[in-house]
Design a protein around this ligand. Structure first.
Ligand code: GH3
Ligand code: MG
Ligand code: MG
Ligand code: MG
Ligand code: MG
Length: 314
């Protein structure tokens, strides 16, 4: 347990230190003003920062309320509980101290029992905050790790972009070897920004899941593969499927969405959620790159948007 006492009166500092030490609160450092305290804090390593700060209200070089506000505005110090120690019992000071971010308030003359109770409670607050921070960091780290390991998009449950890339590489090789066709469907929800704006992000998320589901409902073969390509954009990889088959599946996807008829409150082209689809197909040449096929589906999608949306272009 580390304490920092900031007070211009040497007698006050000594008194607080002595009482707290005698009551088993461990070592306390002290500073005779805010400037000295800041200098001390700034050169203290993160793990050795104080757990609680006792701040005098009136000091020649600073007002304790302003000092607390300054301290709390620095991310490095926001979590350190500050107890204002003052001879003033004016309500404005009490109000000002709490508004500045002080966690507690003790009036001088300080009573041993009150001092220990308040410092102890601030110390427990700090411990809880530290533990919460550790748990949050750990959770963040685990989430990042899981995402990196996972091949699935967290929201829709379909494959993520990375999984798509590796599957395309595999299927590309195989189709090149077998001289089989392969097609790609780039699928983008129409006016989805407006959907979010009208219904909120959570409804937007639900819509994304429903669209992913509808697309998969249109699939006919186990090898048909769907990935979330980006925000509201999906890509379907259809092995052993030529342009004609790709366009047929694109129409089946549109039909699924028409059947689902999810209301879109602000689409210029339909009363329900629609998608635009760019289709590209090829028989891969051995040694050729797959990226031009992805680019071709993207270009076709762009044309479908230009042509008025809710369209299939190849
Ligand atoms: P267009 O018809 O031209 O495709 O218009 P659009 O509004 O669908 O396209 P735009 O690219 O302007 O906006 C895409 C929107 O998709 C903006 C973004 O907030 C939203 N979006 C992207 N990812 C998510 C997500 O995970 N959840 C939600 N709710 N919205 C998302
Ligand atoms: Mg003073
Ligand atoms: Mg867009
Ligand atoms: Mg869109
Ligand atoms: Mg888009």
């Amino acid at each position: 347990m580390r304490l920092l006492i900031i007070d211009d009166s040497e007698t006050s500092r000594l008194l607080l230190k002595t009482v707290l030490h005698a009551e088993g609160f461990g070592g306390a450092e002290d500073a005779e003003g805010f400037a000295a305290a800041l200098a001390l804090l700034d050169r203290t390593p993160e793990q050795e920062l104080p757990d609680v700060i006792l701040m005098d209200l009136e000091m020649p070089d600073a007002n304790g309320i302003d000092a607390t506000r300054q301290l709390k505005s620095k991310p490095r110090y926001t979590d350190i509980p500050v107890i204002m120690v003052t001879a003033s019992d004016r309500l404005e000071d009490l109000e000002g101290a709490f508004a500045a971010g002080a966690n507690d308030y003790i009036t001088k003359p300080v009573h041993r029992v009150e001092l220990c109770a308040r410092v102890g409670s601030a110390q427990r607050l700090k411990q809880e905050m530290d533990q919460r921070k550790i748990r949050e960091l750990e959770l963040e780290r685990m989430t990042r790790e899981l995402e990196a390991l996972s091949s699935l998009d967290g929201l829709t449950g379909v494959a993520n972009r990375r999984h798509f890339d590796s599957t395309l590489a595999q299927e590309w090789q195989r189709c090149a070897r077998d001289q089989a066709p392969l097609s790609l469907l780039m699928i983008d929800i129409d006016f989805f920004k407006r959907y979010n704006d009208a219904l909120g992000h959570l409804e937007g998320d639900k819509c994304l899941k429903a669209v992913a589901h509808a697309i998969q409902n249109a699939f006919r073969r186990p090898a048909d593969f769907l990935a979330r390509f980006g925000g509201e954009e999906f890509i379907a990889l259809l092995p052993d499927t030529d342009m004609e088959g790709g366009c047929r599946l694109a129409r089946a996807i549109q039909n699924q969405l028409a059947t689902l008829a999810m209301p879109h409150p602000d689409s210029s082209i339909s009363d329900h959620v629609t998608v635009s689809i760019g289709v590209a197909a090829t028989v891969p040449l051995p040694g050729a790159e797959s990226s031009p096929l992805v680019a071709a589906s993207d270009k076709a999608l762009y044309k479908a948007k230009k042509a008025g949306r809710d369209q299939i272009i190849n």
